[in-house]
Design a protein around this ligand. Structure first.
Ligand code: NAP
Length: 523
């Protein structure tokens, strides 16, 4: 049955939705039948249950539902995993890239095979709607295949070099660093975890994987995929634990050769500042966003309003790429706002595992508190135009539900600068494109940016001057969201990333390897 349903991305249309929903319902029932178990850490393939209180994984849709319990790992578990990883990594690297790719492509295939169960689980664990959930699973598989193809296209990054004399043979190779710590966020718990870890593995590194506390169950499913695909036990370790307990010991361990992290700027900068005193280690960071969309008078205003609504409130704004501020030229501000408010009022809200619900809960109590803080400040310093509080009554009382909120606030407000990662959109009118660009670039963050205009000179100016790594023009399906492997490299500028070369793109994989120049004198 699933074979007849094609690939589904975040913006797919034209699939047989009845078939899709039937498969999703079946998978939901299966996942629900597995609720309530307790799971260990997996170190070197061994199930390890730490002493002490476990992590309790609850659904944000209904917090009375305990999805699962996970071991709360600590420094001693990191140490054990590092020792096993250091031993196993040489053989993984030594087996050669072609054999590694067979294993990794099997992992991608397994994700596709299991995509509905994975999606149903993410829907319950994160509060994603059905399309967002399946997109997360499909993206994970595509990321693995994309990096695998790069390895193959580059012939394993083995490259003959110029021979200076007739008696020498020069070759350049990229080789793995060794052991990577891979630390993932909650919001794309499969795609981002798979993207980071698969690049490290394809390059020949061993990986210590820590999922976010709120999404340990999806993390476990990634571990199972790699295990079933044939990644050796010592090469990929599953380490659950609170970031505050296991996080620092993980990246601070002297046996860790590099860190790949996706998450908030605060934690990312903590790792960057503390990573190593002795020598420089690779520190690949994809961090937060405070993404601006700009709307000009020449734009299709309905398309702009649709694109902003979708990017501001898709996944409850909990995408690093989400639009969280919009600057609209004063000549079209009224008509844009009218359409945006109408589209926002029409959002279907509720339990996102249900087929017709688009908007679900935020991830946890902390997110809800951030939301209430932002709305309270907006009420004090500006005007709430839509939403502005918790959603209450019926099923909303069971979970972390916040209303899609739009507020007009002063341009100098911190609500235009700081990431809140909740369904809160700051709105302001501007006099000109120049002013809009200045305002958009005032943030320390520079991940995505959206622009709506038909004038080519304005479009060119936007691309030339905006300080963001992922830029979209006239994207009705999501002003700043929807990046896909091989189509939109996902690279944060300024405070949004450390490397200048993003996941999903052609320069990512190489960052998990170091160069070795090999000269052999033959004469
Ligand atoms: P977060 O709070 O920064 O957590 C990210 C990960 O870091 C989690 O696994 C967390 O564990 C762990 N952690 C916490 N303290 C740590 C420490 N001292 N050392 C090492 N790890 C530690 O982020 P989040 O709330 O999960 O995700 C949302 C953030 O990620 C937003 O800022 C969003 O913009 C960003 N993001 C960026 C991208 C991108 O590609 N640029 C993509 C997605 C998300 P616990 O869960 O146990 O605390």
């Amino acid at each position: 049955m699933t074979a007849t349903i094609g690939k589904i991305t975040y913006t797919t249309t034209g699939v047989d939705m009845n078939l899709f929903h039937a498969e999703f319902d079946r998978a939901l029932a299966k996942v629900r039948s597995e609720i309530g178990k307790t799971y260990p850490l997996y170190i070197n393939g061994d199930a390890v249950t730490p002493a002490g209180e476990p992590i309790v994984d609850r659904s944000p849709i209904d917090t009375s539902v305990v999805l699962a319990r996970f071991g709360a790992g600590r420094a001693e578990h990191v140490d054990r995993a590092v020792r096993a990883a250091r031993q196993a990594q040489a053989a993984w690297s030594g087996m050669g890239w072609a054999k590694r790719l067979v294993v990794m492509r099997r992992a991608a295939a397994l994700i596709r095979e299991r995509r509905f169960e994975l999606a149903a689980l993410m829907s319950i664990e994160v509060g994603k709607n059905r399309m967002e959930s399946i997109g997360d699973a499909e993206e994970a598989a595509d990321l693995i295949d994309y990096y695998a193809q790069q390895m193959e296209d580059a012939n394993g990054f083995v490259r003959p070099m110029h021979n200076l004399t007739p008696i020498e043979r020069n070759v350049d190779v990229l080789r793995p660093f060794g052991v990577f710590a891979c630390i993932a966020p909650f919001n794309f718990p499969l795609a981002l975890a798979a993207g980071m870890s698969s690049a490290a593995l394809i390059a020949g590194n061993a990986v210590l994987f820590k999922p976010a506390t709120d999404t340990c169950w999806t993390g476990l499913k990634l571990y199972e995929v790699y295990r079933d695909a044939g990644v050796p036990a010592g090469v990929f370790h599953f380490l659950t634990g609170q970031g505050s307990d296991i996080g620092d010991p993980l990246w601070q361990h002297p046996g860790v050769d590099g860190v790949v992290f996706t998450g908030s700027k605060d934690i990312g900068m903590r790792i960057f500042h503390g990573l190593s005193g002795n020598f420089v280690k690779p520190c690949l960071m994809e961090l937060g966003g405070k993404n601006a969309t700009i709307v000009m008078p020449s734009a299709d205003i309905d398309g702009a309003a649709e694109g902003v609504m979708k990017s501001a409130f898709g996944l409850q704004n909990q995408k690093c790429s989400a639009t969280s501020r919009v600057y609209v030229h004063k000549d079209v501000a009224a008509s844009f706002l009218e359409k945006l408010l109408a589209k926002t009022a029409a959002i279907s809200m509720g339990d996102p595992t249900e087929r017709d619900v688009w908007f679900g809960p935020v991830i946890n109590e902390r997110a809800l508190a951030r939301f209430l803080g932002a709305t309270e400040e907006a009420r004090r310093t500006g005007t709430i135009l839509a939403g502005g509080g918790r959603l209450t009554g019926g099923l909303f009382d069971k979970g972390h539900f916040a209303a899609p909120t739009i507020a007009r606030v002063p341009l100098e407000s911190r609500l235009f600068q700081e990431e809140f990662f909740v369904p809160f959109l700051a709105f302001a009118e501007v006099d000109s494109l120049d002013q809009a660009i200045v305002e958009a670039n005032r943030s320390d963050l520079g991940l995505t940016a959206g622009f709506f205009a038909k004038d080519q000179a304005e479009i060119d100016r936007f691309f030339e001057t905006i300080e963001a790594g992922v830029c979209y023009v006239n994207k009705r399906s999501g002003a700043t969201t929807g990046a896909w492997p091989g189509s939109q490299p996902f690279c944060g500028w300024k405070g949004s990333g450390s490397t200048g070369k993003g996941g999903c793109g052609p320069y990512y994989l190489q960052q998990f390897m170091r160069e070795q120049s090999r000269t052999v004198i033959t004469g």
